[in-house]
Design a protein. Structure first.
Length: 86
């Protein structure tokens, strides 16, 4: 495979992995908090997610915000792995 095609494959694989990981992480953390879409449901859901790290609602917001970043880091790691093999 030529170097250009290998780079295209690496970018594609990294993009797919990052997108999949980000969507999965958001669905896994945010979806349970937005079942009823009411204020009390959102705050109690965020507090529940925040209790994972020993905090409250503010910690829950942090957990939900960091989840897509982790997905992006996973995708970037896959991209770098493909690039190093060229």
């Amino acid at each position: 495979m030529s170097e250009e095609k290998h780079i295209v494959v690496a970018v594609g694989a990294g993009s797919i992995a990052a997108s999949t990981a980000a969507v999965a992480s958001v669905l896994g953390t945010a979806a349970p908090t937005t079942v009823a879409l009411s204020g009390p449901a959102l705050t109690s859901g965020l507090a529940t997610v925040g209790s994972i790290v020993g905090g409250g609602m503010l910690a829950g917001i942090g957990v939900v915000a960091v989840a897509p970043l982790i997905g992006g880091a996973i995708g970037y790691g896959i991209y770098r792995t493909f690039i190093k093999n060229t």
